[in-house]
Design a protein around this ligand. Sequence first.
Ligand code: NAD
Length: 430
Amino acid sequence: MSSTTDAPTDPPIVEAPEHTPFSSMLQRFDRAAELLGLDDGLYRILKEPERELKVAIPLQRDDGSLEVLSGWRVQHNSAMGPCKGGIRYSPHVDVDEVRALAAWMTWKSAIVNVPFGGAKGGVCCNAREMSIKELERVTRRYTIAIMDIIGPDRDVPAPDMYTNEQVMAWIMDTYSMHQRHTVTGVVTGKPWGLGGSMGRREATGRGLLTMVREASLVKELDLANARVVVQGAGNVGATIATLLDEIGVKIIAISDIDGGLVNTGGLDVPAVVAHLDKNGSLDGFAEGERCSNDELLELECDILLPCATENQITSRNADKLRCKIIVEGANGPTSANADDILDANDIFVIPDILANAGGVVVSYFEWVQDRMGYFWDERDVNNRLHRLMQKAFRRVLDRTKSSAVNMRTAAYMEGIDRVAYFTKMRGIYP
Ligand code: NAD
C-alpha cells in the first residue's frame, strides 16, 4: 500500500523466533523432569549432549570455484545403545538445531523402546540448488569428516530433510571403502538391495497413520468424514497424504516451501504427488487455489499434520488454528510457548517425539536385518511398525491419565524416565 503522507514509514518488524529448537526442547525437558522428580545429577547428565563434532567441508563447485561448508554431528546420549539420527542438508541448519534434533532422537528411541541413543547431523547448504555431483562430493567429504565417530555399533545416520536413499548409499560406500569391506549397517534408509529395508521410505508416514487412527479414536472423530491439512510435501508429508488418501480420507490442502495448494472439496493426491515428482514444486498444478504456508496452518480442518520444519506453530498463530487434532510429522514444529494455547483451545496434540517415531522404528528393523543378513517382506515390516507405534501411543496416553498431563509432557516423561533408569543401571564410569 502506498503512503498518503510524507512521514517516514517504520522499518518492517522482523520477528525473532520465540524459541530456538534446543531451548524449546529444554523447556519441555525441565517440565517433565520436575514432574518425574528426576535426581539432580541425572538431570544434568541427560540435559547435556555427550559429544559435538563441528567439521569444515571444502566443496569444489562444478564451475571450479571453492566453498567451505559447515557441518555437525551431535551425539546426545548413548545410554540405551548406539546413537541414531538423521542427517539434514539445509541452509538454516546450525549447531542449536542439530543439538535439539539429537536430543529428540534420544527421547524418541526410548518412547518406542528401540535400543538406540540419540544423534543428529547437519550440513549448512542449499541442496535444492546443488548438482548431483556436488551433493555427492559434499556427502563423501562429510562422511570422512565424521567417520571416526560413526559406525554400526557407535552411531548410525539416516535420511532427514533434503537427504535420501542416494545420499545414504554414498555414505555407506564411502565408509565401506575406508573399512576395506562393505558395512551396510553404518546407515539406515539405504536403497533396497544395498541393505535397505522394505518399507523404510514410507515408515515415518506409516507411523503417522497409526497416530492419526489412534488420535481419532480418542477424540471420537470419524475419519471417513474428516478434512486433513498437510504442511510439507517431502518424504513425510507426501507419504502421509498418500496413505490417508488411499483409505478415503479427504486431504484439503498440502504445501511445500513455496506455499500451499487448497481444495476444500479434496485434492487429487496421486496427481499432486506425480506433479511434485516431475516438477519438484507445486507450482503449475492445475487444480485448487494457492495460499501461503501461514494461511494453510489456519485453515479450518479436523486434523493438521505439520510435516515440514521447526517453529511453524508459535504463540503468534497458535490461537488462530482451527483444527481438532495436530499430529506432528516434523520435528519441533510447535514452540514451547504455543503448547498452553493449544491446550486451552482443546486441540489434541500428538507430539513429534512420539508421532514421527516410525522412521527410527523401521531404521531399527533395517539395522537388525543388516546384522542378520536376512530381509523381511514389507507386510512383516509394516505390521511390526504398527504394533510398536500403537503400543507407544497407548503407553503415552496412559501416562496422560496417571500424571494428569498432556500428550507432549507424557511423551517426554516416558522417554526421560526410561533413559534415566538405564543410565542409573549402567552407573557412572569410572
Ligand atoms: P523432505 O526434505 O523430504 O521434505 C521437506 C518438505 O518440507 C518439502 O516439501 C519442503 O518444500 C517443505 N519445507 C521445507 N521448509 C519449509 C518451510 N519453511 N515451510 C513450509 N514447508 C517447508 O524432508 P522430510 O524427510 O519429509 O522431513 C520433514 C520433517 O519430518 C523434518 O522436520 C524431519 O526432521 C522430520 N522427520 C523426518 C523423518 C524421515 O524419516 N524422513 C523422520 C522423522 C521426522
